[in-house]
Design a protein around this ligand. Structure first.
Ligand SMILES: NC(=O)c1ccc[n+]([C@@H]2O[C@H](COP(=O)([O-])OP(=O)(O)OC[C@H]3O[C@@H](n4cnc5c(N)ncnc54)[C@H](OP(=O)(O)O)[C@@H]3O)[C@@H](O)[C@H]2O)c1
Length: 306
């Protein structure tokens, strides 16, 4: 372990999964405020990792506590890919459920902010608010619902259920988020077939980071969805991104499944009114979030020189 000494009266925040996509950004945003002492954990060393620990291992988590006693735990670490979870069920259970149990046991008096997923809802109607029934339609979702149960017994918690998160990550960081996958397809000159009949509420990682910051500042607690206010199909979202980045649209095709052979998916849309009222913040429009992403990366040759 490196660099885990305390700094005066600043609130201490432990971020798990800070080597991953969302954890990396949230770590940078909270640290840059100068208001918090922030420590990140991952299984591997990295720019935003202060403590290397495997959270499945209770002793590793206890070891964190011996050096750093956080006021707030932001728990993002997870096996987050549905396909990988399906193929490695035990590992997925350990990464998502056992790790959460270990953290809630070792830090029971910390404010606990847990990242679950919008995929816990599966209805035909969509626009689910936080009172919608949750149901596990695959192993990943099952582990997220089970992990939520460990968080709900704590005194002071937030459970976020974000929709698909998009944003830029340096290419050397091996994480697959929605935008980076799209970028990879474009770079490889592969045709991307996106469902025109699956709707969702993509949200930028910068918006997520701002919501986390405000939620900490305002001291809210409870369960909150996070997603764009507009429902958009995956095809239309990809199209918007590709248009903004001036990518060749001939690499994008709508994929409409044959209703006779393919079971229609549930509607994955959510309502995020509750979080916006709680922290008095309006989630930006999808176009605004894409514009901000463009501004962030427009001088990056990796992206714009194809
Ligand atoms: N990205 C999305 O669109 C999305 C949408 C809804 C919800 N979420 C949830 O948001 C959270 C963050 O997602 P993300 O996309 O940022 O994930 P990610 O990029 O895949 O990062 C996952 C992180 O978890 C760490 N990790 C995994 N197993 C661990 C273990 N046993 N011990 C310690 N660390 C472990 C990884 O560390 P190493 O890399 O060092 O192994 C990595 O830092 C997840 O809980 C995910 O379920 C994400």
């Amino acid at each position: 372990m490196t660099g885990i000494s305390g700094t005066g009266d600043m609130k201490k925040i432990l971020i798990t999964g800070s080597s991953g996509f969302a954890g990396f950004k949230i770590y940078q945003v909270l640290k840059s405020t100068g208001n918090y002492e922030v420590k990140g954990t991952g299984r591997s060393h990295g720019e935003c990792v202060d403590i290397v620990a495997d959270l499945k291992d209770l002793q590793s988590v206890e070891n964190i506590r011996r050096h750093f006693s956080p006021d707030i735990v932001i728990h993002l670490a997870a096996m987050a890919r549905t396909d990988i979870c399906e193929k490695n069920k035990d590992e997925c259970y350990a990464a998502n459920v056992i790790s959460t149990r270990n953290l809630t046991e070792v830090f029971p008096e910390s404010r606990f902010i847990y990242f679950s997923t919008y995929a816990v809802y599966n209805t035909q109607e969509g626009n689910c608010d936080e009172s919608c029934t949750v149901i596990s339609t695959n192993h990943y979702i099952k582990t997220k619902i089970e992990a939520e149960k460990y968080v709900r017994v704590l005194e002071d918690y937030i459970i976020f259920r974000p929709s698909v998160i998009f944003g830029y990550m340096p290419l050397e960081i091996k994480t697959k988020n929605y935008f980076m996958q799209l970028l990879e397809m474009v770079k490889d000159k592969k045709v991307m077939r996106s469902p025109a009949d699956q709707f969702f509420n993509p949200v930028s990682v910068d918006t997520i980071s701002e919501i986390v910051r405000l939620s900490i500042d305002k001291g809210i607690s409870g369960v909150f969805n996070i997603g764009s206010n507009e429902n958009i199909s995956k095809y239309d979202f990809n199209r918007k991104v590709m248009e903004r980045f001036c990518f060749d649209l001939s690499y994008l095709e709508p994929a409409v499944p044959d209703p006779n052979t393919v079971k229609r998916p549930g509607n994955g849309t959510i309502s995020s009114q509750k979080i916006q009222s709680a922290i008095e913040y309006k989630i930006p429009d999808i176009s605004e979030m894409i514009d901000s992403l463009y501004d962030e990366v427009k001088d990056n040759d990796d992206i714009l020189v194809m």
